[in-house]
Design a protein around this ligand. Structure first.
Ligand SMILES: Cc1cc2nc3c(=O)[nH]c(=O)nc-3n(C[C@H](O)[C@H](O)[C@H](O)COP(=O)(O)OP(=O)(O)OC[C@H]3O[C@@H](n4cnc5c(N)ncnc54)[C@H](O)[C@@H]3O)c2cc1C
Ligand code: FES
Length: 308
């Protein structure tokens, strides 16, 4: 994915502004011009799918750290997914997602040649890619997919990237080859020791910071993992960026659904994030807000699978 600044979308036709952030509305403003065809589909593990979708306008302006809102079928909800790769020449974007509930399973059920109902993007503030020095890029589970474009851009910016990736077991580990290419050094961890070293990504990070100076840390993965990384790096005085994934609705900063508290202030993850200073995040409030819709999510899954 290109890290250079894209052309100002306001000067090139289709755009809206939510909370002052310009973005393209691919397909909504020109419904007949764009057909979001699935070009490729690959299963990376039992529940993780990689999909390449035709979306030329999104591909033209996507930058690392940005995401899109996608609606697989007419009746589906819109869900946020990170743009893992944007190929400007092909006019295609890659998403990598874990099938966890009704909508991600509907998306995972589509095949090459089929169309996605609609998608909107790129959304969110791009990653702050700078020359920090040595950067630890810690990715857990499907968070590795969100980390990959950031790690690539950090390496391209001249940082020494030490990747630390982890999964519960070998079969759930994704994107090892790609993360190895994006890192000077890659440490692989599995909870059960079935591959790489046995233990959590935080065990590897703890050994790394004892061994050498780390100037910045990126942590992307399950909330407890990011919180644990931040507790450790705060103690060591290592600035840490995290990518938050609360429930989102409109993705434009207007509904308030993705509100998080950072440094005592309310922030909207869709426009102010998704990346934030991990040492400033109010993790307890985030945990509580993320579980608000658990019952509705269970019912949606049951309804879609015909149990309700
Ligand atoms: C900015 C952003 C970028 C994201 N990028 C990716 C990505 O690249 N790949 C990817 O796989 N996911 C990503 N997510 C998470 C993804 O949006 C959710 O997994 C998805 O919305 C779940 O929808 P669903 O209808 O399938 O499941 P739901 O019915 O909404 O939820 C089913 C179960 O999944 C779990 N769940 C729901 N939402 C989340 C969440 N946000 N994080 C973790 N667990 C959740 C809950 O335990 C819930 O019970 C991202 C989220 C955000 C906010
Ligand atoms: S999703 Fe509505 S304000 Fe962010």
């Amino acid at each position: 994915m290109d890290t250079e600044a894209p052309q100002d979308p306001r000067k090139s036709g289709d755009w809206i502004s939510g909370n002052g952030h310009a973005c393209r509305l691919e397909g909504l403003l020109n419904p007949s011009s764009y057909r979001f065809e699935i070009l490729e589909k690959e299963r990376l593990s039992e529940s993780v799918v990689r999909m390449v979708i035709r979306a030329p306008l999104v591909a033209a302006s996507a930058r690392p750290g940005q995401f899109l809102l996608i609606r697989p079928l007419e009746h589906s909800e819109r869900i946020p997914l990170t743009i893992s790769h944007a190929d400007r020449a092909e006019g295609a974007i890659t998403i990598i997602f874990q099938e966890v509930g009704a909508t991600t399973r509907e998306l995972g059920g589509l095949d090459p040649g089929q169309l996605v109902k609609d998608l909107v993007g790129p959304l969110g503030t791009p990653s702050d890619i700078r020359r920090f020095g040595t950067v630890a890029c810690v990715g857990g589970g499907v968070g590795i997919a969100v980390m990959l474009p950031v790690a690539r851009a950090l390496k391209q910016a001249g940082n020494r990237v030490v990747g630390i990736i982890g999964a519960r077991t070998k079969d759930l580990l994704i994107l090892e080859r790609e993360m190895r290419e994006a890192s000077e050094e890659l440490i692989v961890m599995t909870d059960d020791g079935s591959y790489g070293a046995k233990g959590l990504v935080t065990d590897a990070l703890s050994r790394l910071v004892e061994r050498e100076r780390v100037d910045h840390c990126y942590a992307i993965g399950p909330l407890p993992m990011m919180h644990a990384v931040c507790r450790m790096t705060k103690e060591k005085g290592i600035p840490t960026t995290v990518s938050l994934d609360p429930v989102m609705v409109d993705g434009t900063g207007m509904c308030g659904g993705c509100r998080v508290t950072v440094g005592g202030e309310a922030k909207f993850t869709c426009v102010d994030g998704p990346e934030f200073d991990g040492h400033m995040v109010d993790w307890d409030t985030l945990r509580a807000r993320k579980s608000i819709y658990r019952e509705e999510e269970r019912l949606a899954l049951e309804a879609r699978s015909g149990k309700a």
